[in-house]
Write a new protein. Structure first.
Length: 182
């Protein structure tokens, strides 16, 4: 049962002076007018994520690697030449990037000496992933049609731009009032 089917009720939240930051700032400024809208948006995102999960698992099986490793491989292919640079592009810690790089090197997909770089086998793996990704995206654009697909691209860029400009490091306690935790 979805949120649309059940409806929403207003939540009693005591007024507090909490400085808004991160997602709360974006939400207050432009995105969501009430809790019902927020819950419907989350429900829609969760439905898409639920259907995308089997696609992601299928992509991982087809290329023989998990998505985080594919992101690290892609970052190295894009010229990132250190664990710190890979971590920055992927959005992880340097230690996690070092571990992923060591695993990729063990699989023969990257070389670490004399410089960090993708091997021919790594390039082949990235090409496979690109081809499969294009096929998945073709299915999505086929579902939407050209006009809706173009609108989705514009909307996703708008959301990404908004999230990039917001400080998204706010603690959940700052974003969600304490009364909702009870």
């Amino acid at each position: 049962m979805t949120i649309e089917e059940t409806g929403t009720r207003a939540l009693a939240v005591p007024e507090r002076d909490v400085p808004l930051s991160g997602i709360a700032t974006v939400q207050t400024e432009q995105l969501i007018g009430d809790v019902g809208d927020a819950l419907r948006l989350l429900d829609a995102v969760e439905r898409v994520r639920g259907h995308a999960h089997p696609l992601i698992l299928g992509l991982q099986d087809a290329v023989g690697m998990k998505m985080p490793a594919a992101l690290v491989l892609s970052a190295i292919s894009n010229g990132r030449d250190s664990a710190a640079a890979v971590a920055e592009q992927v959005g992880t810690t340097t230690g996690e990037a070092e571990l992923a790089i060591a695993e990729l090197a063990g699989l023969g997909l990257v070389k670490t000496e004399p410089v960090l770089m993708v091997t021919g086998m790594g390039q082949a793996r990235l090409s496979q992933l690109d081809a499969l990704t294009v096929r998945v995206l073709d299915v999505i654009t086929g579902i939407l049609g050209p006009a809706d697909a173009a609108q989705l691209v514009r909307l996703l860029h708008t959301v990404a731009d908004g999230l990039e400009t917001a400080t998204v490091t706010a603690a959940v306690g700052q974003v969600v009032p304490q009364a909702l935790h009870n």
